[in-house]
Design a protein around this ligand. Sequence first.
Ligand code: SF4
Length: 224
Amino acid sequence: MARPNTNSSYTTFLKVYTKLFRAFGPQHWWPGDTPFEIMVGAILTQNTNWRNASAAIGRIKKTGLMDPARLLAQHHRIPGLIRTSGFYRAKSRYLRAFLRYYVANYRGKVTGFSGKSTDTIRNELLSIHGIGPETADSILLYALARRVFVVDAYTRRIFARHGFINEKMNYAGLQETIEQELPKSTKLYGEYHALLVRAGKEFCRKNEPLCSNCPLGTMLRPAR
Ligand code: SF4
């Protein structure tokens, strides 16, 4: 668990983290028993809520296929197993592409990544059909414990609504901005992303933000 720094030289981004952590506590992310399960979850949760992805993960586990080589060998069963995750045909293709890469290059073992730079692995992941920056960074951060900040729609919405970032900033620019303002800590990055997701889900809704009850409500600029 990454506890907030109590040094007085907080940056704005660290203040946000501190407020969220104090309000919500540790989020124990990413849910998953193994790095491989986290990788699968990062792919299945694209464009859907975690409950749907989690149900699909539960089915894969129940059938004893939460193993890279076994799942690849039984890849024809993937669509049926992940049907609840939404866009399951596309996700089946993404998952198969990832499994082929992981088994062929790393024999499905997370230890195979050691010795490779984060940038190299990230580029490999981004070359796989269906894996974009958010999914690649989720895998890097939560499955491989690499220090990258995961940027998602909640991150962008929350920081933009407070005027901390330009909403039109691209993924790489936003990631770089946030990383520059935070201590270089894998644990902090992991906890922070999870806290932003929670704040986004519970308070910072797309159409109706619930600012008066939100832990970040006091950080809003006064209306003119
Ligand atoms: S709900 Fe309001 S206070 Fe909370 S993060 Fe969103 S804009 Fe900020």
